[in-house]
Design a protein. Sequence first.
Lengths: 391, 288
Amino acid sequence: MRASLCTITAVATAAAVLVGCGVDTSTSGGEASGDDSGPIVLGSHVPLTGPLAAGGTQLKAGAEAYFQYVNDQGGVNGRMIEYKALNDDYNPQNALANVRRLVERDSAIGIVSTLGTATGLAVLPYLESRNVAYVGALSGDSRLLGVDAESPAFGIAPTGVEMGGSLGRHAVEELGGKRVAIFYQNDAYGTDGRDGLRRGVEEAGGEIVGEAPYELSQTDFTSQIRELQSARPDVVALYALPTTAAAFLKQAKGRGFDATFTADNPMTDPIMVGLAGNALEGLNCNFFTAVNGETSPEVREKAEILAKYAPDVDGGYYSFQGMAGAIVAVEALETIEGEVTSASFVEALEGVSVDPAVTAPIEYGPDDHQGGGEFGFAVWRNGRIKVLEDY
Amino acid sequence: MLELVVLGLAAGSVYSLLALSLVLVDKTSGVVNFAQGEIAMFATFVSFYLLTSGGVAALPAVLAAVATAVAIALLVERFTIRPILHRPEAHAVIMTVGIFLILNAGAGWAFGSVPRGYPTLLDIGALRIGGFTIPPPQLLTLVTTAVLCLALWALFRFTRLGLAMRATQQNRRAAMLMGVRVGTVFSATWALGGVLAAIAGILIAPITGLSPQFMVPVLVSALAAAVIGGFGSVEGAVLGGLLLGVAQVLVGSYLSLNFQEAVTFAVIIAILVTRPQGLLGTTRQRPV
């Protein structure tokens, strides 16, 4: 009995250690940011394990790479940045515990570059109560994207409605789609995009001829393909996660679905090449983060920073977003003349106007904490993403 | 309609394979192995690296994956499950959930969490039959599942090992008294479960992409399939998976896409209300 209980306990403990503990990945050691000579502490909660781990690890890598680069250049006003990204396993309770620890124990003055809606919504009230900035959340919920200027949330990504609207207008005006069908994830993320697509298509004079929602757990899209094919659309707009979009494209093209396909920004990520294979050919996308392989010097410079400090991570949707959060944070910190506190950081953020290059330009104000709004357009050709129109 | 049924059968075939592995293990050792999907995931990753970085041909890569799954299954059975078989069922449930978490987190650490495409093993064009199309991955799934079911039937029907497995499943104590090495049967059944799980993973990976999470929704569907068919029935596991796949496609195509999963599981609940033991399961009686 003792042996079996020991075995169970050992297995359970090993599981907890591997999955549940936070990962403290400071870029440098040092004292709390309350000390003017010590490092400035910024924090993050990201899913480094679990279903969102792919995006979380890349987001964290992008932010860390930029902070390390800044530290190597001498830091911000002579002070190093200590970036602590803790694993929340996409668990809201873990996220809140992480953020409390970061703010109360580690004296973090801001939370930068996070991923997750449920986790973000769990921490936002706490951060609002402490007036601690929440910068660059990657989420489908507009409350985390800075729509409320009274909240210390500062967005970089556009809302799902804005993203879908851009895609819808482009589908009609540039892709010649009078009849547009939508394939979307059946949750808040997907329905926001769908609502934006509906609005964008109709504003541009097109018509929504079919809609097919899917559940996140689905692997077979026979029903959705049948539904959309029967509507005979000119353009099919995908508002889905990369793995799902890839599976849908492969199944749709495998069944001879003849239409122009368009999708939102995450589908510009290089992982789509491996996931979708030949089915990726001709997929149009909008983007507000730089696409990998862009030739502009500014984007190349950021891509080189990523390559140097995070060589295992490709430049793409998640890594560039993480980096953008770091760029915005550094831009704000550089303008603080007095004591660096959470309050002065929020105030500084409200004066930020910066072009991260890896995303569309960002400009905040006391009444405007939203980023995004400008989009570029690209298409996949022969396994490479080709920019048609920059943001 | 025929096209939808065929494609539904293809989708359901993967559920059947994984459900079969769950039921085989449960029938022999009385344990529902919640880590079965993660064993499949680990094995599929091994085959992925052999196929892509290793330049290994498809068959050896698949065999290596199967060997990996068998090894993990045997380790799990021998060192974590067998010692607690005499304990209440909840102990085994917690154990297999713990193994699930360890394998899932371990895969994220070892292989990374970024999803990647899995190579198509059957490099032919889509098959056109009487006006509809079956894509290669779905065709391979259907054929492989049929062959494996036939092979399993032959194993149980014509081999000593199969006879020993059946005897152990029916009455473990009696089998032991008749000279069956029950420990060996446990190991063999878990190994067989690993084989089926690995093949299920390799069949679905080209469709869904490969990541540490990719078998989680498949496991949920496989558990549902095993319950529909009757958890004690091998034939029921196969039938349950096929029915589930077809039901999902038909419900989505003719009833509602918005509630495709919900309506499908409502149908499952309706089946279980009228027949709690599942379609082909039998009522178990235990002394209290």
